[in-house]
Design a protein around this ligand. Structure first.
Ligand code: AMP
Length: 218
């Protein structure tokens, strides 16, 4: 059975860190639409050039563009054994499109990472990302704890843009919790803990979702 997981949650809830760890531990790809867009921006592709201003303002990139990116990525052979989606879906239209892409695959497991709003702004503004290996850490570190590389702040992790991203989350993405809540594979996880404790919570949540799904299908 393939492990098809979505990490839902607001900006700086820990989706990226947790999705990366979970994917590595389970040998499945970590698919972050934010990372894919940042690569497109750095490579100055047409998608990247069109997305940059929206990303820097904390706005969402258009559904059609994002859905095509995800469709192409899920078609790759490595995604057949499962995946962890991070930052997608972010709108009800994207969630509907994803349900279409899932036809013929094992059900989605939806993990909602819950963190209080006041914690998120401080976390996002203090977040640093390694330029070389992508490790996510904090401004308290002088260099990347994984590879020693130089740490950078994402251009959209400034306070004004973080507040706009939180507003966009409440308006566009929070409704996805209601979209998914009634499914037997939906699991909330407390994200306001140390990263290892959150990772344990997610592992447990995914096992519970799988068991509930099996029981539901009997
Ligand atoms: P993230 O790294 O997930 O925080 O994404 C960074 C930015 O990329 C977001 O603020 C959006 O501008 C854009 N983005 C990433 N994923 C999506 C998505 N699923 N839909 C629309 N825009 C997205």
């Amino acid at each position: 059975m393939s492990l098809n997981v979505i990490m839902l949650g607001p900006p700086a809830a820990g989706k990226g860190t947790q999705a990366k760890t979970f994917a590595r531990d389970h040998g499945i790809p970590h698919i972050s639409t934010g990372d894919m867009l940042r690569e497109a921006v750095a490579a100055k592709t047409p998608v990247g050039l069109a997305a940059k201003a929206l990303m820097d303002a904390g706005k969402l990139v258009g559904d059609d563009v994002i859905i095509e990116i995800v469709r192409g990525r899920l078609d790759r052979p490595d995604a057949r054994k499962g995946f962890v989606l991070d930052g997608f879906p972010r709108t009800v239209a994207q969630a509907g499109a994803l349900d279409g892409l899932m036809i013929g695959r094992d059900p989605l497991i939806v993990v909602e990472i819950i963190v209080p709003a006041e914690v998120l702004v401080a976390r996002a503004c203090g977040r640093r990302v390694c330029r070389d290996c992508g490790t996510i850490t904090t401004a308290a570190q002088a260099a990347c704890p994984t590879c020693g590389g130089k740490l950078e702040q994402r251009s959209d992790d400034t306070e004004a843009v973080v507040r706009e991203r939180l507003r966009v989350y409440e308006h566009n993405t929070r409704p996805l919790v209601d979209y998914y809540r009634s499914r037997p594979t939906f699991q909330p996880v407390d994200g306001n803990r140390a990263p290892d404790a959150v990772a344990n919570g997610i592992r447990h949540a995914v096992e519970t979702a799988q068991a509930t799904d099996v029981a539901h299908r009997r």
